[in-house]
Design a protein around this ligand. Sequence first.
Ligand code: EPS
Length: 385
Amino acid sequence: MSELRFMTAGESHGPCLTAIIEGLPAGLSLNADAINRDLARRQQGYGRGGRMKIETDKADVLSGVRFNETLGGPIALRVVNRDFANWGARMAAFGAQTGPMVTAARPGHADFTGACKYARKDVRDILERSSARETTMRVAVGAICKEFLHVLGMEVVSHVVTVGGVSVDAAKIDRAAIGTETCSELNCYDRDAEVRMKQKIDEAKKAGDTLGGVFEVIVRGVPAGLGSHIQWDRRLDGKLAGALMSIQAIKGVEIGAGFACGFLPGSAVHDEMFLKDGMVYRKTNRAGGFEGGMTNGEEIVVRAAMKPIPTLMTPLHSVDVASHEEVLASRERSDTCAVPAASVVGEAMTAFVIAQAICEKFGADAMVDLRKAIHFYKARIERDW
Ligand code: EPS
């Protein structure tokens, strides 16, 4: 069976970013608005830098879709970098190098390791691809996966829970509203905490510093039984954690109660099971929607921690890859805080992993067959558990 997969290409200041997603069934209704809406969400957020004022990311669909429906073939997507107009000579595919080289590595970025590994003397050869601008295409791909999941009754939403050490008060958050309300500037659903988070961002910006944080992704309506306990690489919680960890600047991922599980007894961790009208239900969801590497029918709840962006306007102590001297790290235009943007990328990666698991379990040639397969499966597990 073919697997749902995608790949991206493009440099941050190159002519465009591209992606190919392959393995979605034919007959999925799509429109450009759904993709462009998420692209716009990724560009927003208090604490973002100058680049987002230049770009208005819009996806061109170059293949795989005809008259608003997928054809089953690879879907090729392109987002043009408007900033290329300012970078054409410095980013030319052919010809002699123009413009200054970047040689002072930024601690925490791919600069130093990438320059060593790929034997590059201009750190720009590394930073152009390692930049979080690449996540534009993950979001475009993820928006298509979200549409696919939406027509099957699943919703992928997110919210920011911590920025720069300021955390939301979970008791104040109406969880049902997450993803339905118009997004706030930090994609945060505790307004008081958001005010304090914005103050922290202002302080960091003034100090030439940057801030990280934590976001949470929730998937509603997922059927039980995606993934498998049978083999290590079929455990869906593992795939999800890997997909989130692959997002630029993510340093930690936890599912459900996550790290807190290590501090609590079993009686305070496991979600007890009850019966109503012959159906199993739970009063808690500390497992975050996974048991034995499989979805258990509860909401998927996964959090990711983002480190502060490594480009500091008050630069850190570092080394120069050309002169081999100690220097201050290079400064590039960048963001003070990009956690809200990362939360949109988190939705995209989560949507991709769940869509992949759906295609694997139910087949992915035609939407009509897939819908029926899910319908019969759900009816069976409700009846014959
Ligand atoms: C980004 C585009 C980049 C940065 C940021 C994310 O634009 P530029 O480098 O032209 O200012 O704003 O990149 C990084 C955080 C990074 O580490 O490279 C974007 O589109 O998200």
